[in-house]
Every structure is written in structure tokens, then in C-alpha cells.
Design a protein around this ligand. Sequence first.
Ligand code: XMP
Length: 504
Amino acid sequence: MDRTIAVIDFGSQYSQLIVRRVRELGYYSRLYQPGELDQTGSPAAVILSGGPRSTSEKDAPDIDFEYLKAMGVPVLGVCYGMQLLNIKFGGAVCPGHTREYGPATLIPLSGGTLLQGLSERSQIWMSHSDTVSQLPEGAVVLGENLDSIPVALQWCEGFYGIQFHPEVTHSEEGMLVLKNFLSLAKDPPKFEIESFKDHLLESVREEVGERTVVCGVSGGVDSSVLAKLLFEAGVKVRYIFVDHGLLRKDEAQEVVKQFESVGIEIELVDVSEKFLARLEGVTDPEEKRRRIGDLFIDVFFDVAGDPDLLAQGTLYPDVIESATSGSIASRIKTHHNRVDRILEMKADGRVIEPLHELFKDEVRDLGRALGLPEAVVGRHPFPGPGLAVRCPGEITPDKLEIIREADAIFIGLLKSRDWYDHVWQAYAALIPVRTVGVKGDERSYEYAISLRAVVSTDAMTANWVHLPYELLAEASNRILNGVPGVNRVLYDISTKPPASIEWE
Ligand code: XMP
């Protein structure tokens, strides 16, 4: 599994996306820093990413060119990567004063593999300030833009450069360019989840050895896949599930049962009372988060003690975003000294993160390959602080009860009407305002429930789902008739941004 398509990261916001696209094409790819070229093993091909810097800057990121050439594999420079290669081959780059960002047109010129099969005019996405001003001897222009500026080059056999981002969807034939480039690689390493699973099982066994691992579970996809991976690896594990009292209706029992059904016994720690007490009278959202996060970590380590090893469900995007994020650490949006403890454990080599090379949908595929039921791998995301972020204002047992009942009705309907799997996330929140209504012959003065269903790809942006009126009508009727304390049901039609997915 060590052979990769190595992507060298010059700092572009899209570097990770290149890795992703290469994997989508079926090949195993990883991101490396420019100084790690000698740690890439024997890659089948190398892609040099774009980056925000200018090659003319004094300490601009560099690459060991002699080493790169000696590797003898195809190399593709993207934007910054292309400019750097042009200089290395003896050409020149002219520093630009403004950054050009946006769509452009690529006109493929001659034959050759890289632009094979592209349209006569292909839409590309450019983002650069510098431009190639002088080509070294022997360089061939493979494609240019409408102003006859070279946007695709070949310097010599196997060395290519493009002045656009093939990895973004705005480059309409970008995937074809990547595919063409990878066709030049000799025996490129395939990315198949089955063999990746075997590789992971093997490396977990090796890493853990005779030690005991503690694995926090929540019922969410990442921690469930992690738990099943550890279980299948046959190592010694304690699975700990902290019930902070902010879970949905019957959730704790269902998660326990779900694990039981795949042979895993988990320790359920019910500390709901403690959490509710700690949250009494607190209305500030960040303060709520802080208290939940602090107590969560305290309870977790009280139960876990000083474990030999801690398993975390950190995914690839977390690794790249921050060296410190992890499933437990990321539950806590605010600082806490127990987080330092996780970092200390990490520094001691006592944290394992077996999923750290995977993207979210790959984790789902791995879960399926490990035999987890669809109900687990297809589960909607659920925030660490649970229902607390769906209950603005003070949290009380009564309010939580109302949210649980309303949420169960709404989610149950989405499932029975086949909408659940078409929605990224859905839930009921309580709006802590009492309004006037009529129930029977009496005036009521009760809370409102807001239903939310969104689609998203990464939770950074989201759109509300156009659920059928008939489904919404039924949800509303059932909630109004079946949940005491509610006399109004609203459907949230806010996009993110400016709204967020949760209420707090
Ligand atoms: P927002 O509300 O920020 O949510 O649009 C984006 C995604 O993150 C989840 N979320 C959280 N997850 N701790 C978590 O672990 C939190 O404090 C938290 N707040 C929001 C949210 O459910 C959505 O999937």
C-alpha cells in the first residue's frame, strides 16, 4: 500500500482535492510536503500542486529537482508546480501584480497524451498571478488560452505542466486531463476499499500489539467504523459510550443494540444527571458547549483511566486542517486542559488514528466492507453536544423530552416515506417562545417546534430540502396531536450561509 500517486502540497486550498480526484479515478494517492519527496517511497507518478506564493519570492517553496528527475516517473506541475518546473528547466516566470481567478478557455494544440480527447475549446479554472514568460529550449506548448498564452506544457518526456486546476469541477474536462496524465504512470497503485481494509487490519494489529485500546463511541459513522475495524482486527479494546443526556429518543439503547448485533459489547456510562445539573440556568451557547465539552472529557477519562492507547476517528480532512483535531478533541470547540492530555498522549505515541487517510465517503465504504449495517453507515451526522444545540436558551428535562418526541416523529416519517437517505441531516428543534393557541376548548400557551432538513456535501454550505407538503402536513399534525407542550410547528427554509445547520 506504500506505493502512491504522490501529490506534493505547495499550499493550494485545492491540494487535498487533487488527492481526492486521483482516488476517484481509482488510484491510491497521498499528500506530501515539498521536503518529504524522499519519503514518498517509489511513487508511480508525482503531481506538484498549486500554491498561493510566487516563485520569485525569496523563500518560495522549492523541490529537490535532481531527486525528482531521478525518480523516473511522470510528473505534472499544476499552477505553482508548473511555474516552478519551468524555472527548473531553465525558463522564466514573470511575477504578476494581480491574481487572476476564474474561468478561462483551453485550446489544445498538438497531439500527445495529456490533452487527448479534450474538446476544441475546453473550459478551465485558473487561479494565478505569475505567468510563464519564457520557455526553455525543447519545451512544447500543448495548449493555450484565447490570448495565446501557454496553459499546458511539456518540457521533456514525462514532465508536464498546466496553468489551471484540473481538480475543481469548474474545469469541465479536468478529470480527463488527470486520467490522461495517470495513464502515463507505470503500474499505478489501485485504490480498492477491500484491499485497503486488509491493509488497515494488518497495520492496526501491528500498531496495537498486546496493548489495550480505548475507543470512544457515539453511534456516529466515524466512531462506529473505527470500533468495527478494531473489533475485526482482534485486538484488546474497551468501547466507551458516554450518555450525556442530550441524546435523541431511545438513542443510547439503540446504539448499544446495534453494536451488540455485530458482536461488540460497549460500556454505556449514563451521566445524564450530571450534565443536566451542569447546564442548569446556562443560556449562552458557547458556555453550554464549553461545559458539555469539559465534562465530557472529564467523564471519559474518569472511566478510561490512563489507557495504554486511545483510538480516534480522525479523518483525512481533519489531519490536513489541523494536526490536533480528532473525534474527541473536535467535540470541544473551546480549549480545555484535558485536550492537552490527548495531545500529550499523541506526543507519546499513545493515540492511534487508523482512519486518518480516508475521506468521509470512503469511511462509509470501509464500514460496508467491514459488514456494518446500512442503518449505521448511512446515519445522519449528529453534533457532539447533542440536543443542546437544538434547544436555544436554558436546557430543561421537559424541553428535551419535547424535542425527543417531535424529532422521533419527524425522523420516523422521513424514514417511512423514503426521504431519510436523500437528506444530509434532519431534526426537530425547540423554539423557546410560548405562543397562544387553542387546544380543545382552552387557550394554550406553549412552545413551537422547528423542523429542519438540509442537503449538503461537506456541511460548509447547505440548502433546505423541498419536502412534499403532504409529508410536512403529516409531521405537523402528528406533533401537534402527539407531543404535549407544543402548539405550533414551523419548517425552517434557511440556507447556510447565512444560517447554520444547527440552531446554536
Ligand atoms: P453548523 O450548525 O455549524 O453545523 O452549520 C455543521 C455541522 O456540524 C455539526 N455541528 C457540530 N458537531 N459539535 C459537533 O461535533 C458541535 O458543537 C457542532 N455544532 C454543529 C452539525 O450537526 C452539522 O452537521
